[in-house]
Write a protein that binds this ligand. Structure first.
Ligand code: 5GP
Length: 117
């Protein structure tokens, strides 16, 4: 497993070094809007602890993060008047991961509207 890179873009967002539109924050996690949304309301949920992805995350990180993902999914569904919510998560380049700080995508979905590529 490749080591965690403290200069990844989400680490910089966590440290406040680059801006992000934060929609939720608690002791364990931050949620902010994706800069290239695949649908209206596309939100990213990340832990404050430094995990590269789900493969090196401590069980406690995951157990604290999932309730936040659930909360953000429910809030985004309501806020964007969606019919459903896609929650997805990628690990390592072969699986489509491009930013190497653990994150969950939360994407409100409207019936009949495909995700933007
Ligand atoms: P991945 O492919 O790693 O699962 O997803 C990374 C996500 O981060 C992409 O959806 C991309 O649009 C988003 N992203 C990349 N750079 C930034 C940034 O600087 N700010 C925000 N808010 N999102 C970013």
């Amino acid at each position: 497993m490749t080591a965690y890179d403290t200069n990844n873009i989400f680490a910089k967002i966590l440290r406040g070094e680059i801006p992000a539109h934060r929609v939720y924050e608690d002791d364990d996690a931050v949620a902010f809007m994706d800069v290239m949304p695949q649908a209206n309301g596309h939100t990213l949920v990340i832990p404050k602890t430094p995990s590269r992805n789900i493969l090196d995350a401590a069980p406690q990180t995951l157990s604290r993060l999932l309730p936040v993902v659930q909360k953000v999914a429910a809030a985004a569904k309501e806020a964007f008047e969606a019919d459903g919510v896609t929650v997805m998560q990628f690990n390592e380049p072969a699986a489509g991961q491009t930013v190497y700080h653990l994150h969950f995508h939360v994407i409100p979905r409207v019936e009949g509207q495909p995700l933007k590529p």
